[in-house]
Design a protein. Structure first.
Length: 190
């Protein structure tokens, strides 16, 4: 198996989803690599992500691309969301974009957050709270947002620490394609 993996991870198929299909990787690993459109049965949406995410995102991911990616994929940051942040790759799915945006919050990449925001809802400026440290992302559910979709919804729970206290942000985010690439549109009301 050679050539790029169709999941959009940017990895060769033999190092990515082919491992799942041969039984050498779990569905959680495949989900973490943003697999959509493959005939993969998902395990517990929150449970598997918890296991992967607990390996942890170091706050220093921006400075150390060999460390784990903040999105919880289990891949090094330099092989995962950092590629999207630098513009070397685009998110293949709405979930992949959500994960890359969480990572951008964790590493404080304001430019990427603004670039990945829909032009009709993008703020003119964005200021991140310096006391807030994003630590873990759980994908709760997805609705559409696949390789051939033009709209998708990702429900997630983002964990953070602020002033030494833990907190969570629960949101259902809407994503659309703009100029052929996935962008964040808005948060759906509860």
């Amino acid at each position: 198996p050679t050539g790029p993996c169709p999941c959009g991870s940017g990895l060769p198929y033999g190092e990515c989803c082919h491992r799942l299909h041969r039984g050498e990787a779990t569905a959680a690993t495949a989900e973490a690599r943003h697999v959509r459109g493959h005939p993969v049965r998902r395990r517990s949406a929150v449970g598997d992500n918890d296991t992967v995410a607990k390996r942890g995102a170091r706050r220093s991911a921006a400075d150390d691309p060999t460390g784990p990616c903040p999105c919880g994929s289990g891949l090094p940051y330099g092989e995962c969301c950092h590629r999207l942040h630098r513009g070397e790759a685009t998110a293949a799915t709405a979930e992949a974009l959500m994960r890359s945006r969480f990572s951008a919050f964790a590493v404080r990449d304001i430019d990427y957050l603004l670039r990945s925001w829909h032009s009709s809802t993008r703020p003119a400026r964005l200021r991140l709270d310096p006391g807030q440290q994003w630590s873990r992302l759980d994908i709760v559910d997805t609705d559409r947002g696949g390789l051939f979709d033009t709209i998708g919804v990702v429900e997630f729970r983002a964990h953070y620490r602020e002033a030494g206290r833990p907190g969570t942000l629960d949101e259902r985010s809407r994503f659309v394609r703009e100029d052929g690439r996935w962008v964040y549109l808005d948060a759906l009301p509860e």
